[in-house]
Design a protein around this ligand. Structure first.
Ligand code: C2E
Ligand code: MG
Ligand code: MG
Ligand code: MG
Length: 285
């Protein structure tokens, strides 16, 4: 198996045992039922421009609401869906939900972005680009509104990674490498991929200001990503000190609890409207 992180297997196993114990059903079967009943839904986390404090966009994050009302987080079921060849079907429902939720807002705000997480199997299937294009035709949003987020696991094969990335970008979609720093890819390999964004993994953001060895690494990642001309997003920003450090070092975008947790799209809309009102008042005053 190519999954490099031992932890991932642990989470998968723990999640499976947990869910199996609560419901006398094999988990792949439970996921299939969830697909049929459309039990997946999205929350959205704001991504801010660190210089202006304004929202540049959102990241869509999937959750599974079971009939019991319990909400299962993606770290528990996405690895299982990947192992059981169900991920492509989940992604289909995720793309539908993103379009349904955000379509008209994106149509009215061409500069706004929504990040969508895709698994390696999605990234390597022809269905992804075809499915995206088909959906773009039904809403008024533009491909440039969407950022496809793929982890290093999805980029292991250089030839395939290059082809897929190129095809998506040729059609106007943006591509981000997610959780950067947790896998094996070198920055020079990334250069050959022509990506749009590099998302610095939360583990490096956590280390900022701690003096731990990892805290040195974040400076190096930032420096090299800048040299490669990649736009950077920091994940998991929880403190103002972290945000200040990142901004000072030229990282333009960030997401994290400091700015907002994942929330339903209706709540996102309320906050966007409130911010617009505030700006209008400021302009008038
Ligand atoms: P990710 O794409 O790296 O998403 C960021 C994760 O960090 C999210 O967890 C988010 O809630 C969490 N996070 C954001 N800010 C903070 C913070 O300040 N502190 C802390 N401690 N955590 C923060 P979530 O929603 O549980 O998602 C976990 C992972 O599941 C995602 O990591 C992504 O890899 C995967 N995932 C989520 N949605 C999808 C999806 O639709 N499709 C696929 N294939 N994978 C998904
Ligand atoms: Mg992501
Ligand atoms: Mg990430
Ligand atoms: Mg992650």
């Amino acid at each position: 198996r190519l999954v490099p992180v031992g932890l991932l297997a642990g989470v998968t196993l723990a999640g499976a045992i947990l869910l199996l114990a609560r419901q006398q059903m094999a988990l792949p079967a439970a996921l299939k039922t969830a697909l049929r009943r459309k039990e997946f839904f999205l929350e959205y986390q704001p991504v801010v421009d660190l210089r202006s404090g304004r929202w540049m966009g959102l990241e869509a994050l999937v959750r599974w609401r079971r009939q019991t009302g319990e909400v299962v987080m993606p770290d528990l079921f996405i690895p299982l869906a990947e192992e059981n060849d169900l991920i492509v079907r989940i992604t289909r429902q995720v793309l539908d939900a993103v379009c349904r939720d955000t379509g008209s807002y994106l149509a009215a705000h061409p500069e706004f972005h929504v990040g969508i997480n895709v698994s390696p199997a999605d990234f390597h299937s022809r269905e992804l680009l075809a499915g995206l294009q088909q959906r773009m035709a039904t809403i008024q949003a533009r491909p440039a509104n969407l950022i496809l987020e793929v982890t290093e696991r999805g980029l292991l094969d250089p030839r395939v990674a290059r082809e897929t990335t190129r095809a998506l970008r040729r059609h106007g979609f943006a591509v981000a490498i997610d959780d950067f720093g947790t896998g094996y890819s070198s920055l020079s390999y990334l250069e050959s991929l022509e990506l749009d964004y590099l998302k610095i993994d939360r583990s490096f953001i956590e280390a900022i200001g701690t003096g731990a060895p990892t805290s040195q690494v974040v400076g190096h990642i930032i420096g090299m990503a800048r040299d490669l001309g990649l736009r950077m997003m920091a994940e998991g920003v929880e403190s103002q000190a972290q945000a200040d450090f990142l901004c000072r070092h030229g990282v333009q975008f960030a997401q994290g609890w400091l700015f907002g947790q994942p929330m339903p799209f209706a709540e996102i809309l309320r906050r966007l409207a409130a911010a617009e009102d505030e700006e209008a008042v400021a302009r008038a005053g």
